[in-house]
Write a protein of this length. Structure first.
Lengths: 141, 431
């Protein structure tokens, strides 16, 4: 498997008091550690997207705990600590017609990264690499 | 004031004799010419000859809304298609709506009933009536419209919505009476106040004919604090549409006895109850041609009022409708059956079979929210997809129920499960 493609877990959360706490407690009981996460919300529900340790195993654990969860592919762009570094990556993908659906930041071990979900992750990896943009590897998270 | 004093003030015995003659003729006709009712009479082992007095009506079998659905669209019609001059459509319980057809005579009797009713509350040629019931498949708009034209009033067919404009028209055209749902009138009064319009000072609006949804004496008092006298109107599409109102006495709704025969029954045993006893109303339409109704279980709870009205009319009166014997909800004047919502949800593969219905009143207007559980396989991690799914469910409900319903997506297992009788409807409206 391509080490540039990172498996993310997406979880459906009802937007009611205590629901996020409930999901968080399930994650704790399952021994799942979140590296980075993002929460998108509408009025009555939200979608929690998380980068976790051992996503395949975590996915099975969450599923058997009755959580609505889905595996999705994202890529992580390494962000240099200089102005314009996100712009460069976004601009390359925009010109290549790749749509960024959403993204969120990761305060990595060595360098910061920006996880993005795009409509064509393989193509995104290819053109970003060709343009010399650094990508975080699954093994580096 | 009387529109048709001969009938409206007819001695009770004469009215009963008239009702018997009409009933006898109706039963003979249906037995001979209407397959549905003929078969049902045979099934119940009753023959037209068994009807020898008015009370014998109790020997006849009931008709139900389900019969209308089973015979959709027009298998209940007893006249050839070229004699049908109009259709109205209302909600059915599941799947198919209820279709009502009218001959010209059917429309004329509907209009006649409204002409008597409007006259009884002092509306006449000098009045300008704004009809703010919906025009279209719903019976309210066109029904009130023709009734008001019949008595020579000036009619403003405003229909619903665009409320600020409606307030302006009330001012500009000197509107004196309005026909609409009570909650819409309260919304209109709020809108007028926000526009700086004082109804009593700046308009001539003094009378309101209100129906199509349940309302109460406290709503009447609220409306009357604006100097508007409010009258209850009753009627369903199976009868024709809104037909009967209170008179100036406002002590019960006068039923035109020559047009509709009312019985009150015990909904469980089907036994006919006495005047003054509360039960389920059963109606027999004595003049209807296109789609006769004999002992139709209307499912509204009321009672026949005892004694004669001080207004001088001898026509029977029913009390304000106090409930339903089924689970029908009335939301913004539209009839909604929970079974319709269930049926709609069953057509949508992305949602499960559990649901909850919440009805509330925000200001003057009803709000309905339906909660559904999404199926795990329908979950994508894109908000856009989830909102599109929600939008599709809302559109399906809107299309089927004809009102906007807010939908909320829930995770599987989030909604209550019922072991006994399911309580899926939470109605928090205070009427």
């Amino acid at each position: 498997m391509d080490d540039n493609i990172i498996t993310q877990l997406s979880i459906f959360v009802n937007n009611e008091p205590g629901r996020l706490a409930h999901i968080a407690s399930v994650l704790r009981e399952c021994g799942i550690n979140m590296k980075a996460f993002n929460l998108a919300e509408s009025t009555e529900f939200g979608i929690l997207r998380a980068i976790v340790d051992n996503p395949d195993e975590s996915y099975e654990k969450l599923k058997s705990a009755g959580v609505i969860v889905r595996k999705t592919d994202v890529i992580g762009i390494l962000i240099q600590d200089t102005p314009g570094s996100l712009f460069q990556a976004a601009d390359i993908m925009g010109k290549a017609g790749i749509n960024i659906e959403y993204g969120y930041a990761y305060n990595g071990k060595a360098a910061g990264a920006f996880f993005i979900r795009v409509d064509d992750p393989e193509k995104a990896v290819k053109i970003l690499k060709e343009a010399g943009i650094g990508l975080i590897l699954d093994s580096e998270i | 004031m009387f529109w048709n004093p001969k009938i409206e003030c007819m001695p009770t015995e004469d009215l009963k004799a008239l009702q018997y003659r009409e009933l006898k003729q109706l039963v003979n006709n249906l037995y001979s010419f209407n397959k549905f009712y003929h078969d049902r009479m045979v099934e119940h082992k009753v023959h037209p000859d068994d009807i020898t007095c008015l009370k014998d009506i109790a020997k006849l079998p009931f008709m139900y809304k389900q019969d209308l659905r089973d015979n959709y669209p027009n298998k209940m019609f007893t006249v050839p298609n070229n004699e049908i001059v109009r259709y109205h459509v209302s909600s059915g319980t599941t799947g198919k709506p209820t279709l009502v057809g009218y001959t010209q005579n059917d429309l004329d009797y509907w209009t006649e009933a409204l002409a008597r009713s409007f006259t009884s509350i002092g509306i006449g040629p000098e009045d300008t009536m704004q009809v703010s019931y919906g025009y279209g498949l719903f019976t309210g708009g066109l029904g009130a419209h023709y009734g008001a034209e019949k008595i020579g009033a000036t009619v403003l067919p405003a229909s619903t919505g665009n409320t600020e404009r409606q307030v302006e028209l009330i001012q500009d055209l000197g509107v004196t009476a309005i026909a609409c749902t009570p909650s819409y009138l309260i919304h209109l009064l709020d809108t007028a106040r926000n526009m700086g319009v004082d109804i009593q000072r700046d308009t001539k609006l003094r009378k309101a004919v209100l129906g199509a949804e349940p309302w109460s004496e406290s709503m009447r008092q609220h409306i009357e604090s604006y100097g508007i006298r409010a009258y209850d109107i009753y009627g369903t599409s199976e009868q024709a549409g809104p037909m009967f109102t209170e008179c100036e006495e406002r002590n019960g709704i006068h039923i035109c006895g020559d047009i509709m025969l009312v019985e009150i029954i015990d909904p469980d045993s089907g036994e006919v109850l006495e005047e003054g006893e509360k039960g389920e109303m059963v109606v027999t339409m004595l003049k209807k041609e296109a789609m006769p109704m004999i002992r139709y279980r209307i499912k509204d709870v009321t009672m026949l009022m005892e004694g004669e009205c001080a207004c001088g009319r001898t026509s029977p009166r029913i009390a304000r409708i106090s409930g339903r014997t089924d689970d029908m909800l009335i939301v913004r004047g539209i009839n909604v059956f929970p079974s319709q919502i269930e049926y709609t949800l069953l057509q949508i593969p992305e949602v499960g079979d559990q649901y909850m219905i919440y009805v509330s009143r925000e200001g003057a207007l009803d709000e309905m929210t339906v909660q559904v559980e999404i199926r795990p396989e329908a979950f994508t991690d894109k908000m856009e997809d989830m909102l599109a799914l929600r939008g599709r469910i809302e559109a399906a409900l809107k299309k089927y129920l004809n009102i906007y319903v807010k939908v909320e997506l829930k995770a599987p297992g989030e909604l209550p499960r019922f072991t006994g009788k399911a309580k899926r409807v939470v109605d928090t409206r205070v009427i």
